[in-house]
Each structure stands twice: as C-alpha cells, then as structure tokens.
Design a protein around this ligand. Structure first.
Ligand code: SF4
Length: 322
C-alpha cells in the first residue's frame, strides 16, 4: 500500500515516483486494509516515496490532519491495521532514530534496502537521490538495530556497481547484524529497467549473478534468510535450490515498482516447487525465530496470535488435502 507516490529522490531507475504531492487520507487507508483482510491478507506492507517531510505542502497536509511528521502519520495507519488484524511492515526509506521509534510499536518488522555502497553506482543511479547516500542508509539500519527492530534489507544488483562492491554492501550489512542481530532477511534484487527512465536501456542482471551472491550471504550472515523476488528472476526454483529460501510477499496488489513483472500465481507456484521437493509455506512478516525470541512489539501480539492461528489452520487443511 502506497500512501503517496511523491518522493524527494529521483533514482535513475524509478518509474514509481510522481511529482504530485498527493497523500492518501486515513479513511482511504482503512478502506484498503479492510478490503485486504477480507481477501485473506496477512501483512500490510506500507511503502512510499522518501523524505516526505521535506515537502512543504505535504507537511502542511499532515499538520492539518493532526500529525507532526510523516512517521507519526504512518504509525497511526499501522496502529489501525493492527486493530483490524493485519501485520504492518513499513518500508518508507531512510529514517532517523526518532522516526523509527514512532513506528516500532506498531510494526512487527520493518524494511529498507541498503541497495549499494558503491560510489560509482551511487553516482549513476542515486545522483539525485539524497536519502540513498550509503552512509545514511547504513545509519538508519544501525538505528533499527539499536532499537531492536526485526529488519529486512538487501542490495540492488546491476546499477553500476562492481561485483566486489556487491560483497562490500553485504559485508556492511553483516557488520551491523553482528552487533545487533536484527537482520531477519537479505533481499537480492536485480535491476529491472523501466521504460521512460534514464536507465531504461540497462540490462537486467541474469540469475547467475544472483546465484553467486547467495553463498556470500550465507557465509557472512549464517541463519539470515535470503529472499529473491519471484517476479524479477527467470528461474526461481534454481535460485531456491542454490540456497535462497524466501520469495517475499506475493501481494493482492500489483508490484508498484515493477508493474511490467506480475507476481507469479501461488496456485501454480506451489506444485511447480513441489516437483523439486520444495514446499511453499506461509510466513509472517516477522520470521518465526524472531517471534520466538520476543522481537514482536506488545501492541502487535494479539494480531500476530490470530494470524499464527490462521496459518495453523491453512497448514492443517493442506495436509488433509495432500
Ligand atoms: S526508487 Fe524509491 S526512493 Fe527512488 S525515486 Fe523511486 S520512490 Fe523515490
């Protein structure tokens, strides 16, 4: 769910952002949440453009609605989603510690891609993206660690970085994880060039470039899950055989960032994986081991308990069918 498409950044591969400073009112967010839960959704993924508070008009809109910051507004949306039984996972980019603190009580986990630490890739893809400076990204990731937020992050592959710089980005993530233990999964996301963007003629990296990074994540961060986006790769089963173990959320809504690459259908993906002796399993937006270790905020425990019970029912039904 995207509350606004406006963004302070202009990443050279982005077809998502809009110049229109329009923000979705709370009532509309609630309507979307109710529709999602009616369709059986578990997670409310909240993602938007970044640096919203830097826009004077949007700041004014937030103040009119009674919010002192965009983070406070998103926290209220998350609070309402929890009341409905949805599990919020907010990914609204680089955040300072006080913003993370506002969001933490109402999110079972949060996310933000580090994307790259390469100076050259930053110059090519993020020259006009002030919140994508690698040091700000890593500072945000560190603040999440200090606060004890279960966190999803990852790297973007193929935006001008050298192969060794991909490993450097993973090492930077691993260093923070070694200190705080808060990284639950690392996403290996290939660039998917979009028409109408400055990087439209770039190549989408092949699966082999993702495959060679999977053992690196395993080596640097044992126990951390590895996600490959199922709609951005050619041969998902092979990447799972290579050691990736997560395909992220297959949403009811389209992939806003990659509208040309629809999600796979779960009904066909399950049997396809079963033929390779792999089972598709429902997971929560906070991984089981983080639940067991007490990382879920207290305000989310009722919603989490209900969704875990639902998962148990789904798994029991599928066992009866098979
Ligand atoms: S990719 Fe994200 S941060 Fe970059 S311009 Fe698009 S919406 Fe903004």
């Amino acid at each position: 769910m995207a509350t606004t498409l406006w963004c302070v950044n202009r990443c050279a591969y982005c077809s998502f952002r809009s110049d229109a400073p329009i923000m979705m009112p709370l009532e509309e967010c609630e309507r979307i949440g109710r529709a999602a839960i009616g369709e059986g959704a578990i997670e409310a993924l909240i993602m938007t453009g970044e640096g919203i508070d830097r826009h004077r008009g949007l700041r004014g809109q937030l103040a009119e609605w009674g919010f002192g910051s965009y983070a406070a507004y998103i926290a209220e949306i998350c609070r309402r989603y929890l009341d409905m039984g949805l599990l919020p996972h907010t990914n609204i980019g680089t955040l300072e510690e006080w913003e993370l603190e506002l969001l933490q009580p109402y999110n079972v986990s949060m996310g933000m891609m580090v994307e790259t630490v390469s100076p050259e890739a930053t110059h090519i893809a993020h020259r006009a993206a002030p919140t994508k400076a690698p040091e700000l990204r890593l500072a945000s990731l560190e603040a999440a660690g200090r606060l004890g937020i279960a966190f999803t992050t990852g790297i973007l592959i193929g935006i001008g970085e050298k192969p060794a710089e991909r490993i450097e980005a993973l090492e930077a993530i691993a260093n923070l994880h070694a200190r705080y233990g808060h990284i639950q999964e690392v996403i290996l996301q290939p660039l998917n060039p979009q028409e109408g963007t400055p990087m439209a003629r770039w190549m989408r990296p092949g699966d082999e470039e993702i495959a060679e990074l999977i053992p690196e994540v395993r080596r640097l961060m044992p126990g951390v899950h590895v996600q490959v986006p199922p709609n951005l790769v050619d041969d998902l089963p092979s990447l799972l055989e290579a050691g990736a173990d997560d395909i992220g959320g297959v949403a009811h809504e389209p992939d806003y960032i990659n509208p040309d690459r629809p999600w796979p259908k779960v009904a066909s993906l399950g049997p396809q994986l079963l033929r390779k002796n792999m089972t598709l399993r429902v997971r929560m937006p906070i991984y089981d081991e983080f639940i067991d270790a007490g990382w879920c905020p207290p305000a989310a425990s009722a919603a989490l308990g209900s969704q875990l019970a639902r998962r148990g029912e789904i798994e029991a039904e599928s066992m009866e069918v098979s």
